[in-house]
Design a protein around this ligand. Structure first.
Ligand SMILES: Cc1cn([C@H]2C[C@H](O)[C@@H](COP(=O)(O)OP(=O)(O)O[C@H]3O[C@@H](C)C(=O)[C@@H](O)[C@H]3O)O2)c(=O)[nH]c1=O
Length: 206
């Protein structure tokens, strides 16, 4: 192991989830009497754990308790990988594997993202993404490796029974946009070919 990677591991723990292309990044937070400091993103760490990712857009949204945004993805050729986190508050974040032929097709990863642990989730292309606010308010931020393209905006209904996501709040407190209330069923969305959307194909190591 090279010295650089020991340094990375000290600064950021990388956790492989039940769907190995979805990763949790948990930073080391340096607290002192002024507050805290942590490195939220390093290109070299991404090169090591994911591959070369060129992020081109950063987004931020604020939502109240019970707001659910998702499940969203962009259709080819404008697919987006995202590195997501909660800047404030607490959210349940969900990534659903839409890659037909994937061993995890139709399965999902859910991860608590909050101000305390400051975890980030890597949601690659080929996944639908959404989150539910569990705190009074949450500010959510994410980096994307493709631009927002409304003509290719797509989604799946958040409560599709075949996905069986445990959102951890009763459905009556969950609030979604008009668009998200009308998202189609998982069975009717165009999926992605696993072979084209494997992590090693998307982000080949040099
Ligand atoms: C996502 C997005 C939205 N918008 C505009 C369009 C619209 O008027 C307003 C709100 O858009 P939406 O309702 O789609 O926002 P929202 O529901 O927050 O959409 C986001 O949800 C999460 C779960 C994701 O994963 C994101 O990729 C994105 O789809 O913001 C942009 O200008 N750029 C963007 O990149």
């Amino acid at each position: 192991m090279i010295a650089g990677s020991i340094f990375f591991e000290a600064l950021m723990q990388v956790i492989i989830t039940a769907i190995p292309d979805v990763l949790i990044f948990e930073p080391k937070v340096f607290g002192d009497d002024r507050g805290y400091f942590f490195e939220s993103f390093r290109q070299d760490l991404f090169e090591q754990h994911v591959g070369h990712v060129a992020f081109v857009q950063d987004n931020e949204s604020k939502s109240g308790y019970g707001v659910l945004r998702g499940l969203h993805f962009q259709k080819p050729p404008f697919t987006q990988s995202k590195l997501v986190r909660a800047l404030y508050g607490s959210v349940l974040d969900v990534a659903v594997d839409l890659r037909l032929g994937s061993p995890w097709y139709g399965r999902h990863v859910s991860c608590l993202l909050d101000t305390e642990r400051k975890r980030m989730l890597w949601v690659p292309k080929g996944f639908a993404h959404g989150f539910l606010v569990l705190s009074q308010e949450a500010v959510f931020a994410y980096k994307c490796d493709n631009y927002y393209t409304p003509s290719h905006d797509a989604g799946i209904r958040w409560n599709d029974p075949s996905l069986a996501v445990d959102w951890q709040l009763p459905p009556e407190v969950i609030r979604v946009s008009g668009k998200d209330a009308e998202q189609p069923a998982f069975s009717s969305v165009d999926t992605f070919a696993y072979e084209a959307f494997r992590q090693d194909k998307l982000y080949p190591r040099k």
